[in-house]
Design a binder for this molecule. Structure first.
Ligand code: AMP
Length: 110
C-alpha cells in the first residue's frame, strides 16, 4: 500500500466507500463525479501507478479487471445498450488519481 494514495485507502477500507463488488484483488465503487448515468471505477487493491507501470506479473489483475467490468455492466443493466471502458494514463491522458483504475461508463439509454 502506498501512503497518501486515496485509492489505496479506499480499497483497503481505511476510507469508507460503498463497494458494489469486492474480492481479494479488486473493489468496484461509484465515481464521485459521474460522467454518465452509470460511472463505476474498478480499482485493484495492489498499488500500481498507471498503465505505464505494468509488469508481466500484473497480467492476471488486468484480465480480472476486464472480466469484472463485463459482469458489472450486466449487473447495472447496461450490457446490451452498451458502455465504454477506459484508462486515463498520466496527466496528459487525464489521470488525476495515480493508482490504476478502469472506468466503466454507460446508461445513456437503456
Ligand atoms: P482519473 O482522472 O482517471 O484519475 O479518474 C479519477 C476519478 O476518480 C475521477 O473520475 C473522480 O471523479 C473520481 N474520484 C475522485 N475521488 C473519488 C472518491 N473519493 N470516490 C469516488 N470517486 C472519486
Amino acid at each position: 500500500m502506498a501512503t497518501d494514495c486515496l485509492f489505496c485507502k479506499i480499497s483497503q477500507g481505511e476510507i469508507p466507500a460503498e463497494f458494489l463488488y469486492e474480492d481479494e484483488r479488486l473493489v468496484v465503487f461509484k465515481d464521485i463525479n459521474p460522467a454518465a448515468p452509470v460511472h463505476l471505477l474498478l480499482v485493484p487493491k495492489m498499488h500500481i501507478r498507471s498503465i505505464n507501470d505494468l509488469e508481466p506479473d500484473h497480467a492476471s489483475i488486468i484480465s480480472h479487471l476486464f472480466m469484472t467490468a463485463k459482469d458489472m455492466a450486466k449487473q447495472q443493466g447496461i450490457n446490451e445498450s452498451g458502455y465504454r471502458l477506459f484508462f486515463n494514463v498520466e496527466k496528459g491522458g487525464g489521470q488525476e488519481i495515480f493508482h490504476l483504475h478502469l472506468h466503466l461508463i454507460g446508461g445513456w439509454e437503456k
